[in-house]
Structure formats: structure tokens, C-alpha cells
Write a protein that binds this ligand. Structure first.
Ligand SMILES: Nc1ncnc2c1ncn2[C@@H]1O[C@H](COP(=O)(O)OP(=O)(O)OP(=O)(O)O)[C@@H](O)[C@H]1O
Ligand SMILES: [Mg+2]
Length: 600
């Protein structure tokens, strides 16, 4: 006879396993505790950390508190006040819902909880050791909750070993609290480390205040608002103008219904809108708040609740993309060459080191209290330059939208052509260099869009029709997209196997090598990432058409032709970027020229 071997784990072991997923490091405990305080309606949240949170995390909130029974219950696994049934997962209004954070944290630390609900005369103080409640005593305290988490991971040495330096662990906690603070400008947050201020926000309801606290006032001053509504999806928030970029995604903050999240679709939408404006491998600075109906988003993807899935990815992508793009347009963002002249460039004798005379402008943004980082002996990425006191109190104001670029373009005066590729123009503020190909591409693209929207694209029948054979993958994609090709004047029909008959082509292409163009377009479809493919489809065909029809780099142009091109460009809707997202115009300001010539 065989022996039964399958048994239920005891509660403590189950909690330790859950803790493995939920509490990876001090910052994850901090996140759970702060989220609980927010769910409890707190307007003031104070955290004290010792040794980056390893020795102590103390959190105090003025939220609704818990009754004695609730406090005991809260330490059980799967005990929550936030949902009742699985259906509630799709109508969430709280950050927590799994009912496992407190028991998980308590199973890997020395844990004590002080709490008092408004309706109660006194509070209760619970201590937990190794996951078991050790004592419950009545205590006098104001309404709210205080939790102490000491010696985190004392009983899980493997976890302990993976922790980074004190500064790194503190940094993560501060980042997490910063994100929660940005999502809750009406709540005042304070984080102290070894008694020193690591982060504090006023909780005065001003959206920019917590952003100034986490990114520094310099950066906050450069933020521009974004806004877009599309049916169920609303997007609000701030982006920094493209001269401020980051080496990683640390300053891309996304929130869905008040929850800080990571999601590929939304970061793609943001980065794509910025692609042409930020130097290679630099990332934008943005805080983007997305609101969708709770039943349109799945938060229960991962125990840490930071990943979400949207039921309608495409709609969210579109909304974020439009919000960012229209703000960039409205604030007239054109790449500017800034004078970045290293001092030694002109002083030394050795001239063979190639020092950059120009760098597309981007600068480091400010950040949290410099003290705390220097106290830890760490240079944080961007220690806050010491700011004059009066500046600190000055209220943050939104920058005014500058004059539309199209208007400025009309004041450009063409001086000549460089390398048969760039148009050089004099502007009231300096010089502009215009890429003739992309400028023309933009003009043609908009014309094509307009005529397509008006009456579909004019086609020309091919007599006789032409047959082309593609590779398998290409054929599958083209078959899927024949309708989008049709919308821009192509009539392409599947002809068995991987062959297609081309019956008509866009009228505008009649003198061009259209067969090659068709192949190129399909090739581009294949090479696009899945997300992009989803979104461009129709547009893509127009973009490629525009590209093929535009003047090329290397085509000589007369002053008259160039002036005409700039005139046409000024009439486009988006004179900043070519349809592929590359910049059209780069300017060099007089100021920067003066700096370069050391006149300033
Ligand atoms: N600071 C607090 N103030 C008031 N009640 C709290 C506080 N922290 C926790 N609670 C109560 O304890 C319960 C358990 O908290 P816990 O964090 O373990 O689970 P949860 O927040 O419901 O879900 P999740 O595991 O997703 O965080 C909560 O549902 C809430 O009712
Ligand atoms: Mg919780």
C-alpha cells in the first residue's frame, strides 16, 4: 500500500512563500505599507527608515485605522476589507486586494502594529514573531496606524544576501514612495533616513509639487502638461521638453487609475512620440496618468501589482501617443543645437582628441535632497544643485505655449543649400538647418492624407496587370493588409501561393519604379515590431509613398524651390517631424553662437 504524501502547508510556511513573491526587498515592504495607508484614506504618511529599511521601516498614517478584531484578522492570509468576490477585481478602487501583504511582511520580520479606528476609545498594539501573534495589548493613541517592521529577512538569509548597499536600497524605497506621492498630490509624504529628510511632499493638491520633490524643481519647471480624451480613456500628466532626457527609463512614470504601473504598450507610445527628439539611447521624462474604466484593465497579473494588462491595448496606446504628440506640437518643440563647448577644447595644444563642438541639447535633471546622498557617500545621479532659498518658495508655473512653429517658419529666409541635402536659412533667432528630404516628405504625406480622406487615393489601372511573388512571411502580411493598400490607391489581389496581381497603383506613382516600392513597403511591414504594425497599417503605405516621391538628399534645389518648400512646410499640420518621426528642422540660436565664439 502506498503512503499519502500530499499535505497542506501550515499557515506560516504559506506566508513565507507568499512573502517570497511580494516582499523582495525593503522597498517592496514600503510599497505595500504605503499603499495600505493610502487605501485607509490617510492624508499624512510618514516613513522612517534605518539602514535602507533593513533594520527598520516605521510607517505612521492618519487613515481610518482598524478595530481590534480587524487588526487581528488583517494578519491572516487572504484576509482583506477591499474585495469580497473575484468580480470585484474588475471594479477596484483600492491599491490592495490580495489580502497577503501584512502576513507576508510579518512572516519575514519582527513586526508590530499599533492601530486605532475612529469609533474606538483606545487603540490596540499587536506584536508578531515568526508569523505568530505574540501579544495584543490596549494602547492610547490617536486615530490611525503605526507599523514597525524590524530586521527584515532576519529569518531568510538567502533573501538578505541579495540586498544591495544601504544607499541602493534606500534609493529604491524613495523612488517607490516618490511614485506614490506623484499619484497622490493631496497626501503629504515624508521619508526620513537616519533622521534625515530623504523626500517630502506638501500634500497641497498641486500636481507639480510632488514631481518637484522627486525630480527637482529645475526639471519640474520644464514640464509641460499633456491631455487627451478618447471615449473611455483619458490621459493627463506632464512631460519634460526633449532637452531633458535620461539614460534609462527611471523617469518614465505611468499610472493607471491612480496605481503606478509598468506596461510595454504605454512606454512604447511615449517613447515613440519622442523618438525623433531625443538622442539615441536617451529616454524621456514623463509622468502620465491614464484613467480607464476599472473593467478595462487587469491588475492581477503579478503579486506585486505593478504590471497591468489593458483589454484594449490599441486605444490606450493611441490616447497616450496623441496626448504626448499634441503637447510636443503645441509647445513647438524643435531640436536645438546647444553650444556644449568643453573648456579644454580651445585651451590645450593637443588637438587630435575629437571633442564635440555641438551636442544635441539635453541636460541632467535635479533630484532629491542632496544631503542624504552625500551623507551616504553616494553621488546620486543628479545631486540637486543648491538652490537659492527664495527660489524654493516660488510657485511653479506652466510655461506658456510659444508662437506656433509654422508662423516662425514663414520668417525663415533661405541662404543656400549645403551638400545638396540641407537648406540653410536665416531666422530671427539664429540659423536653421532643414533636411530637404524629410521636409518634402512631410508636405507630400499630408497632401496624400488629405486626398485619401476626401475621396480615396486616385489610382491608375495597370494594363496588363503585373504579377509579383513574395516570400512566405511577406505574402501573409500583404494578404492581411490589402485593404490598407487599397485605401492609398493600390489594388493588389492574392493570386494563389505567394503571388499577387497588381491591378492598379497610386496615380502619383505612375512614373516611378512602383514594383520595387511595393516590395519595399511589404518589407518594411515585415520588419516592423508587432505593436507598430498594429497601429500604422494604413498610414504606413502613405508614409512610404511620400518617402519615395519626395526630393532626395543629393538633389540640387534652387533658392526659389527651397523657399517654396519652406512655404509648403509651414502649411502642414506637423512641421516638426517627418512621418517616420525624424526631425525636419534643427536650429542654432544666436545665443549659442555667441557662446561658441566666446562672445558671451
Ligand atoms: N494602514 C492601514 N490602515 C487601516 N487598515 C489597514 C492598514 N493596513 C492594512 N489595513 C487593513 O488590513 C487589511 C490587510 O492588509 P493587506 O495589505 O495584508 O491586504 P490588502 O491591502 O487587503 O491586499 P494586498 O495584499 O493586495 O495589499 C486591509 O484589507 C485593510 O483592511
Ligand atoms: Mg495591502
Amino acid at each position: 500500500m502506498s503512503i499519502d504524501r500530499v499535505m497542506l502547508l501550515d499557515e506560516h510556511t504559506a506566508n513565507r512563500i507568499a512573502a517570497g513573491e511580494v516582499v523582495e526587498r525593503p522597498a517592496s515592504a514600503v510599497k505595500e505599507l504605503v499603499e495600505n495607508a493610502l487605501d485607509a484614506g490617510a492624508t499624512r504618511i510618514k516613513l522612517q527608515l534605518e539602514e535602507g529599511g533593513r533594520a527598520l521601516i516605521r510607517i505612521e498614517d492618519n487613515g481610518c485605522g482598524m478595530s481590534r478584531n480587524d487588526a487581528i484578522m488583517a494578519l491572516q492570509r487572504h484576509a482583506t476589507s477591499k474585495i469580497r468576490t473575484a468580480d470585484d477585481l474588475f471594479a477596484l478602487s483600492t491599491l490592495g486586494f490580495r489580502g497577503e501583504a501584512l502576513p507576508s511582511i510579518a512572516s519575514v520580520s519582527h513586526f508590530s502594529l499599533f492601530t486605532r479606528a475612529e469609533a474606538d476609545e483606545s487603540g490596540v498594539h499587536l506584536t508578531v514573531h515568526s508569523g505568530e501573534i505574540e501579544s495584543i495589548v490596549e494602547t492610547a493613541m490617536p486615530c490611525g496606524t503605526v507599523i514597525l517592521v524590524e530586521d527584515l529577512f532576519y529569518n531568510t538569509p538567502a533573501r538578505m544576501k541579495f540586498l544591495k548597499s544601504t544607499a541602493a536600497e534606500l534609493g529604491r524605497s524613495v523612488d517607490i514612495v516618490g511614485q506614490l506621492a506623484v499619484a497622490h498630490p493631496d497626501v503629504s509624504f515624508q521619508v526620513l533616513h537616519r533622521g534625515q529628510d530623504a523626500l517630502s511632499t506638501p500634500g497641497n493638491g498641486e500636481a507639480l509639487a510632488p514631481l518637484a520633490a522627486v525630480w527637482g524643481r529645475e526639471t519640474a519647471r520644464k514640464l509641460i502638461p499633456i491631455e487627451f480624451d478618447s471615449g473611455d480613456v483619458t490621459v493627463r500628466g506632464f512631460i519634460a521638453t526633449p532637452e531633458i532626457t535620461r539614460p534609462g527609463r527611471s523617469h518614465e512614470l505611468f499610472f493607471v487609475n491612480g496605481r503606478s504601473i509598468k506596461n510595454r504598450v504605454v512606454s512604447h507610445a511615449l517613447e515613440d512620440a519622442f523618438r525623433a527628439l531625443t538622442p539615441e539611447s536617451r529616454y524621456p521624462v514623463a509622468a502620465i496618468f491614464i484613467t480607464v474604466p476599472p473593467n478595462q484593465v487587469d491588475v492581477n497579473v503579478h503579486p506585486t501589482k505593478t504590471e497591468v494588462k489593458f483589454i484594449r491595448d490599441g486605444e490606450v496606446h493611441h490616447a497616450v501617443s496623441q496626448a504626448v504628440k499634441s503637447a510636443l506640437l503645441k509647445y513647438g518643440i524643435v531640436p536645438t543645437v546647444q553650444a556644449a563647448v568643453p573648456e579644454i577644447a580651445f585651451s590645450g595644444q593637443t588637438t587630435h582628441t575629437s571633442l564635440p563642438l555641438f551636442g544635441v541639447g539635453h541636460q541632467r535633471s535635479g533630484s532629491m535632497d542632496a544631503n542624504i546622498w552625500s551623507q551616504l557617500g553616494v553621488e546620486r545621479l543628479e545631486p540637486n544643485a543648491t538652490q537659492p532659498k527664495e527660489e524654493v518658495d516660488e510657485p511653479l508655473r506652466m510655461p506658456e505655449a510659444p508662437r506656433p512653429f509654422a508662423e516662425l517658419l514663414r520668417e525663415y529666409q533661405v541662404l543656400g543649400q549645403l551638400q545638396d541635402t540641407y537648406i540653410i536659412a536665416k531666422t530671427p533667432a539664429g540659423i536653421a538647418v532643414i533636411d530637404q528630404h524629410v521636409a518634402h516628405e512631410r508636405v507630400i504625406y499630408e497632401r496624400l492624407t488629405v486626398s485619401r480622406n476626401r475621396n480615396g487615393m486616385a489610382s491608375q489601372l495597370l494594363n496588363p496587370p503585373v504579377t509579383i511573388t513574395l516570400e512566405r512571411r511577406e505574402a501573409l502580411l500583404l494578404a492581411e493588409h490589402t485593404h490598407s493598400f487599397k485605401a492609398s490607391g493600390w489594388e493588389v489581389e492574392k493570386f494563389g501561393g505567394d503571388s499577387f496581381v497588381v491591378r492598379a497603383i497610386p496615380a502619383s506613382l505612375s512614373n516611378k519604379p512602383y514594383e520595387q516600392m511595393l516590395r519595399d513597403m511589404v518589407d518594411e511591414l515585415v520588419n516592423q515590431s508587432v505593436t507598430r504594425r498594429l497601429l500604422v497599417q494604413q498610414d504606413h503605405v502613405l508614409i512610404t509613398n511620400a518617402c519615395k516621391m519626395a526630393v532626395k538628399a543629393g538633389d540640387p534645389l534652387t533658392i526659389g524651390e527651397m523657399t517654396e518648400l519652406l512655404q509648403q512646410l509651414s502649411e502642414t499640420e506637423n512641421p516638426y517631424l517627418c512621418p517616420h518621426g525624424r526631425p525636419i528642422v534643427v536650429t542654432i540660436g544666436l545665443n549659442d553662437l555667441e557662446k561658441l565664439f566666446k562672445r558671451a
